[in-house]
Design a protein around this ligand. Structure first.
Ligand SMILES: [Zn+2]
Length: 252
């Protein structure tokens, strides 16, 4: 890919010091802006009243805005959890992708924007040695509140470019497809919850498929099984989760 990178400086006061060693950066979080225009989103991210920001923002034409230096903490994740980390902002880099989002006319992320993201994200992963399973969406780390970057975001293309974890093509389901939905309970639900937790999601493993499990299955599908995002843990969804966990265990 030939890229002529267009980076613009867009400094914001919405940042502070990272509490830990600034080099201990181990999560990359992808977002959409969810506002009517790029201008509105960029203005909000430097408005001290709103206290939100990201390190980077990429417009639909591929223009990259640098808002917060990576060694500083940007304010993009909010209340969040991923793999034992309760304050994801502390150790993550946040990238916002301009898109109106589900509220204002959700649409596909155009090629120039994706090209710029692949370039930037590859660079970040290489510099910090961030592991594949720690490339997440906002919806993965705050599944009860957030839907971004959503089911139109091309995670598969990112994975083909070495960014993030993705199910192996040769995957075989390990068990009969039994769909688990709201109200289900028992050992299969408990195993599903343990698997989701092991993979990184924050949920209680109580063997009851309530609204929390439902929201987390939905978040998982938004990322890894975009063809059907309904919060029902069907056989395909569970097989994908199994497959990803196998890859993670191989890596560990
Ligand atoms: Zn977000």
């Amino acid at each position: 890919m030939v890229m002529s990178l267009n980076i613009k400086e867009w400094p914001t006061p919405n940042q502070d010091e990272r509490p830990d060693d600034p080099q201990k950066i181990d999560i990359l979080v992808l977002h959409y802006t969810g506002m009517v225009s790029a201008k509105a989103a960029l203005e909000r991210m430097r408005d001290p009243v709103f206290k939100v920001s990201a390190h980077w923002c990429i417009d639909e034409d591929g223009t990259i805005y640098r808002l917060v230096p990576e060694e500083m903490r940007a304010w993009h994740a909010g209340l969040s959890y991923w793999r034992q980390r309760h304050l994801v902002n502390d150790t993550s880099i946040g990238i916002e992708l301009v898109n109106p989002g589900h509220e204002f006319g959700y649409r596909p992320f155009p090629p120039p924007q994706m090209d710029a993201l692949i370039y930037l994200a590859s660079n970040i992963l290489a510099r910090y040695g961030i592991r594949a399973a720690n490339v997440v969406g906002h919806s993965d780390i705050a599944p009860l509140r957030k839907q971004d970057p959503g089911e139109l975001f091309d995670w598969a293309r990112l994975a083909r470019n070495g960014i993030g974890i993705w199910p192996r093509a040769t995957m075989e389901p390990k068990f009969e497809p039994v769909a688990l939905d709201l109200g289900a309970s028992g050992s299969e639900v408990l195993q599903l919850q343990k698997n989701l937790f092991e993979f990184g999601y924050g949920l209680s493993c109580d063997g009851y498929f309530g609204t929390e499990s439902h929201a987390i299955v939905r978040a998982f599908q938004r990322h890894f099984r975009q063809a059907r995002v309904d919060g029902i843990a069907d056989g395909a969804t569970r097989a994908i989760l199994d497959n990803l966990l196998d890859q993670e265990r191989d890596e560990a």
